[in-house]
Write a new protein. Structure first.
Length: 211
């Protein structure tokens, strides 16, 4: 895919959604960090149901630490892998208090050193909470990038590196959200809704649908 086509795709996505953001509910960087840790192999809707009850009770590292693992599990037991996520979140809260004065760090290495935080989670927090031009590649973004030929790659790291290379700076902060929403609602996994897609004429996917 050439540069002009990519810019047109991004321009259309921006025109449709000028101020995109995550669908996770949060009001500060710590809440976002916890929500993203919980969102692994879970839906944003499912995470929001849990955190809408958790955060009014505990939305600081110390408050969640005070709940303890078992107390935290009561709030997140509807989410997949809740046992290991509860353990990781308690460890992360302890590290935030002991190493970062209870604040969420903006630094990638510091974020990835936290329990339950990998590259994707660090990218989401850096981008959404702090406005860094990082691009977190999840299954939706991986699929859209490959299917459209916008930024093909064999794994998520390759796709991330390609996106960082080909996406112009003016679009970098928001491209993560545009692509994830496009993959979640239009370029869906089983059968893409090409007939209602605003970038269908620019997409290089060969097996287009009429949906």
């Amino acid at each position: 895919m050439n540069k002009a086509k990519r810019v047109e795709i991004l321009t259309r996505l921006r025109n449709e959604n000028p101020h995109p953001t995550t669908e996770l509910n949060y009001s500060n960087p710590f809440e976002l960090l916890i929500a993203v840790i919980l969102s692994a192999q879970a839906t944003d809707k499912g995470v929001n149901k849990a955190t809408d009850k958790l955060f009014p009770v505990a939305n600081t590292p110390q408050a969640i630490l005070n709940l303890g693992v078992d107390g935290l599990k009561e709030y997140i037991k509807t989410i997949g892998l809740f046992n290991s996520k509860a353990e990781n979140i308690i460890k992360t809260c302890r590290d935030l208090i002991e190493k970062h004065n209870g604040e969420v760090p903006e630094d990638r290495d510091a974020l990835e050193a936290l329990a339950g935080v990998g590259r994707k989670t660090a990218n989401v927090v850096m981008n959404t909470a702090f406005g860094h031009p990082t691009i977190a590649v999840d299954t939706h973004i991986f699929r859209v990038s490959n299917r459209t030929n916008f930024a093909p790659g064999k794994n998520v790291v390759q796709v991330e590196e390609k996106l960082l290379k080909v996406v112009p700076d003016e679009f970098k902060v928001d491209v993560h959200h545009w692509l994830i929403l496009h993959g979640r609602y239009t370029c869906v996994a089983r059968k893409p809704r090409c007939g209602s897609c605003i970038i269908e004429d620019l997409c290089e996917f060969k097996e287009k649908t009429d949906m």
